[in-house]
Design a protein around this ligand. Structure first.
Ligand code: FES
Ligand SMILES: [Fe+2]
Length: 394
């Protein structure tokens, strides 16, 4: 389909039915999940403007620590300089575009392996061999392109837009609701290597955002204590940077393992209400949190194409949790259950993407138990419409 057909006035008008009251709303057009043109539009409408989670501050705890990642094909490096300040930058060498850093580690700077241009931890070009005869070459004026950076509850967010307004003021409702978990001081290891999935990032986001499937797809002893009918959807405004979903549990301190009860230390600040529900906090387009009494699972969704994405999946625990006797064995019990549940979700995600490519893909209707999909649609369409009004196409 040509660009003008996918993202034109008719297409934009068709989004309106996805932001109606949930009782009337229908799902987004399937092209939003499959079209290369829509992905190009979305990169500008969302990823060029929104705050994007790239990792945890704990991954770069010491001076010289760095890690790399990429979002919508943009290679990114995050580093802590010798003064302790954090920097987020493009890792693309400004000579001939080799990446100056891979993986993660500790370094005094970045030496591009190709021709040995050298960059400081804050991205300044500090060395460029044999460039003395090159005209109009001002080494001191050159650097790795820098991105805005903000910390929120220990998560590192970046923004490609140098003029972006701060994130935290648009997350006050979410922050208040999850304050008792004190995620800034929660601890957890750096996730394993990212997984790569053959589906659109919104398929993943919506699956994590969906309580309707809880006691259907996941029916059984590992999940039945989080029944769909105990879903709650606190109100949110589309201009906010995130939104919440609660799901009551049939007993306190429920957790995903064969005992159905939390095995690890409970986050110390949690009150009665928190301990009788699971909390899902969504900060689109990249961060999704699944919060239980003893463990928080965070997903960092990083699309790399219209129908593919990478994901970092991390865990956070109460401070000191990893020191309790049998921590690893108890965690293994959680992960065995989580693995079984996640396998069911992955199977669905993969086949939903196949379905979305079909000529018979629907504009579907919603159950009241899908309130968070309505919030997600409003968050998305608000930004799609703003970008379209500003002249963004594909
Ligand atoms: S591409 Fe980096 S030094 Fe040449
Ligand atoms: Fe699921």
């Amino acid at each position: 389909m040509a660009t003008r057909e996918v993202i034109g006035s008719e297409f934009m008008a068709s989004l309106a039915s996805s932001v109606l009251d949930l009782t009337e709303a229908e799902t987004l057009p399937p092209a939003c999940y499959t079209s290369a043109d829509f992905y190009a539009f979305e990169k500008q409408a969302l990823y060029d403007r929104e705050w994007l989670c790239v990792g945890r501050e704990a991954w770069v705890a010491s001076p010289g620590d760095y890690f790399t990642t990429s979002i919508v094909g943009e290679p990114i490096v995050v580093a802590r300089d010798m003064e302790g300040e954090l920097h987020a930058m493009s890792s693309v060498c400004q000579h001939r575009a080799m990446l100056v850093a891979e993986g993660a580690g500790n370094a005094r700077g970045f030496l591009c392996p190709y021709h040995h241009w050298a960059y400081s931890l804050d991205g300044r070009l500090v060395g460029a061999p044999a460039m003395g005869r090159t005209c109009n070459f001002d080494r001191k004026a050159m650097r790795l392109p820098k991105f805005k950076l903000e910390l929120w509850l220990g998560f590192i967010f970046i923004n490609f837009d140098a003029d972006a307004a701060p994130l935290a003021p648009r997350l006050t409702a979410v922050e208040q609701a999850i304050a008792a978990y004190d995620l800034s001081s929660a601890e957890g290891p750096r996730p394993d290597a990212p997984a790569k999935f053959p589906w659109n990032w919104k398929v993943m986001f919506e699956n994590n955002n969906d309580g309707y499937h809880a006691n259907k797809l996941h029916h059984g002893p590992l999940h039945d204590f989080v029944p769909s009918h105990l879903a709650e959807f606190p109100d949110s405004q589309p201009a906010e940077a995130g939104f919440l979903r609660y799901n009551g549990t049939l007993h306190a301190d429920a957790s995903f393992n064969a005992t159905q009860k939390a095995l690890l230390p409970i986050f110390p600040g949690l009150g009665e209400a928190d301990r009788n529900r699971m909390v899902f906090a969504n900060i689109p387009p990249t961060l999704s949190l699944v919060m239980m009494s003893d463990m928080v699972i965070y997903l960092i969704l990083r699309p790399d194409g219209p129908e593919s994405m990478e994901q970092d999946t991390g865990l956070l625990f109460a401070p000191g949790a990893s020191k309790v006797p049998g921590f690893q064995h108890k965690l293994d019990m959680n992960m065995a259950a989580a693995g079984a549940i996640i396998a069911q979700d992955m199977h669905v995600d993969e086949l939903v993407q196949v379905g979305l490519r079909s000529r018979f893909a629907p504009r579907g209707r919603y159950s009241w138990q899908e309130g968070a999909q309505g919030q997600f649609n409003r968050w998305l369409v608000h930004r799609y419409e703003a970008a379209y009004a500003a002249g963004v196409r594909a």
